[in-house]
Design a protein around this ligand. Structure first.
Ligand code: FAD
Length: 326
């Protein structure tokens, strides 16, 4: 039957693809529905980004990932996941967003921006990269403000304000500074983030110490205007000239989507979705979680390296009680 599958996988990131490879290997009917491009999160990472993982740790479906250096670049990862998807002939719909999942007896109906589908099982692998934490200040919606840093060249000879002090913020600050931007950082805490890669941290600390990158610690942005930004600092309100704001304030998973379809979340700050650690099935029977979404608001505990294994656990459990579709 058209549009009827053993498994509908929501999200075509590395872990959604891993689930599809596993389903295919085990003879199950599946489809991936992805709202953006193939591996959309990785596509939206900074163009010069290098993974902290070595390439073999990013492999899925047992397909070797060979990169020029030990740690692959974003471009190499796009090439790899694209090749994997093409050579396996994965069944994937791109630029199609899932809006809702509803239960009809033992089946699920999935409504997207284009079609309706029916499945016996659902795997949600929607990641955490679509919803940035907002600054919630006046001017945040000006076109000069971005939550997704891409390419340093754009900022040459410009006055750039970077909000945050995590890996993404520090990479953006150093890259834009080295391409000729006049960089200021606004950092909520008293120092650069502890999780910043150990080989990068001294670089940013020394640039701040020598004054080539200006940093306001214990400070927050309070307003953004076309040519200026107001910063609340321990010394009082400071207004600086500004052309662009790069707000690297982190991202959060779409947990309200999970709640809407009946998945329970923990009451603590992590708001971790409820699922069985061995099978990844949630409290909503037949709905599974895979990848970084499993961590709830704790978006740092799971990444590609340590969530690839979800695919096999999930598909093995589905196999126990599925009638394979024709
Ligand atoms: C700068 C940076 C560097 C990183 N480096 C590493 C590294 O070196 N090693 C490592 O292991 N991890 C790394 N990570 C983390 C890693 O990229 C993520 O953990 C990984 O992308 C998680 O894979 P995923 O498939 O769970 O989610 P994602 O890759 O985020 O995929 C989720 C997909 O779901 C889609 N989606 C969301 N909602 C819907 C919907 N309603 N309908 C349809 N589709 C939807 C999204 O468009 C997206 O493509 C890095 C992350 C960042 C930001």
């Amino acid at each position: 039957m058209k549009n009827f599958f053993d498994i509908i996988i929501i999200g075509g990131g590395p872990i959604g693809l891993a689930c599809a490879l596993e389903a295919k290997r085990k003879g199950l009917g599946y489809i991936i529905i992805e709202k953006g491009a193939l591996v959309n999160s990785l596509y939206n990472y900074p163009v010069n980004m290098t993974f902290f993982s070595t390439s073999e740790k990013l492999e899925i479906g047992g397909v070797p990932f060979v990169s020029n250096n030990i740690k692959p670049t974003r471009n190499e990862s796009l090439e790899y996941y694209r090749r994997v998807a093409i050579s396996a002939g994965l069944n994937i719909k791109l630029f199609e967003e899932v809006f809702n999942i509803s239960r009809k007896d033992d089946l699920f109906e999935v409504n997207t921006s284009r079609e309706n589908y029916i499945a016996t099982n659902i795997i949600i692998a929607t990641g955490f990269y679509d919803l940035p934490f907002l600054l919630n200040v006046p001017g945040e919606h000006l076109p000069k403000v971005t939550h997704y840093y891409k390419d340093p060249h754009f900022y040459a000879f410009q006055k750039v304000l970077i909000v945050g002090a995590s890996n993404s913020a520090v990479d953006a600050a150093l890259e834009t500074f080295r391409k000729g931007a006049n960089v200021t950082m606004v950092i909520r805490d008293k120092e650069v983030g502890e999780r910043v890669k150990y080989w990068v941290r001294p670089d940013i600390i020394n640039r701040i110490k020598e004054g080539s990158i200006k940093a306001y610690f214990n400070s927050t942005v309070v307003a953004i205007r076309e040519k200026e930004v107001d910063i609340d600092t321990p010394e009082g309100l400071v207004t600086i000239d500004n052309d662009w704001v790069i707000a690297m304030t982190g991202y959060q998973p779409n947990l309200s989507f999970l709640e809407k379809i009946g998945i329970e979340l923990s009451a603590d700050d992590s708001r971790k979705p409820f699922y069985n650690i061995d099978t990844h099935e949630t409290n909503a029977k037949g709905i599974y979680l895979a990848g970084v979404i499993c961590g709830g608001m704790d978006t740092h505990s799971l990444f590609i390296e340590n969530s690839r294994e979800h695919a096999e656990k999930i598909v093995n459990n589905i196999l126990v009680h599925v009638h394979v579709t024709d």
